[in-house]
Design a protein around this ligand. Sequence first.
Ligand code: ADP
Ligand code: ADP
Length: 261
Amino acid sequence: APLLSVRDLTKHYTTTRGGLFSRETNRIRAVDGVSFDIHPGEALGLVGESGCGKSTTASSVLRLTEPTAGDVIFNGGGRGGAGRNDDGTHPNDVTRFDRNELKAFRRDAQLIFQDPASSFDPRLSVGASIAELPLVHGMTDAERRRAIVEDLLERVGLSADEYDRYPHEFSGGEKQRLALARALVLNPDLLVADEPVSALDVSVQADILRLIDDLRAEFGLSVLFISHDISVVREVCDRTAVMYLGEIVEVGPTEAVFETP
Ligand code: ADP
Ligand code: ADP
């Protein structure tokens, strides 16, 4: 059964422009009937040119933005799987989660994105920033939190000594390693990586992609990997979906999708 089943996901933005006498309302169909599955341990690539709706898809799946329509079934046995509610809705539909269900979902599904610096508070040591998440989720033992974070720092290719250092002391690539440590500290099942290497030097990109691939195996993660860069997607994704103007126009094994006819 898939870990994540997205069905007919749609997000329309409404923007209003103009003043007192002329108002113009625009509806942008950023995501328009998108469906895909991600199976446990699988990395699915989402590619397409800038503006085609990739980030909006990611935000809608994680419910950082409210989708206009569609189902996002997480850990729910997929289409014909687990039981339905009396009204026909699915009990594991993220779009219907209440506050508490969302809180649990945000432990199980984590996001990294292009600019890792913005998720670190410049006034906190990086270790303290990462240790905040387990604290919020009820791990009150400070020594245990520190030990877990130090171990993670090593697993992402940094060292335990870096716990007490501050964000500005790290390079772009190292900051993305820190972001990965933060994303993994709650042991999630799903990692959404939205253009995770686009802001990095080419020489550093390969290191981070290899790390994501290693961590995927080590943590048994499923990955939704978003990029406009086909060569990057090729490195990490088993299957790839191609988006164009808000829709998925092709999906299949990565090599088949990029095969030139
Ligand atoms: P991508 O990630 O593929 O670059 P996005 O999901 O960021 O694409 O954007 C898809 C479309 O939605 C674009 O036309 C973009 O301008 C528009 N869009 C994105 N976010 C907003 C927003 N908050 N309000 C209005 N329009 C938006
Ligand atoms: P909780 O208090 O339940 O832990 P948070 O709102 O602090 O929930 O966020 C939980 C997780 O969701 C964070 O670890 C973070 O990775 C992700 N997240 C939430 N909002 C954003 C955002 N705007 N940008 C990036 N990640 C986010």
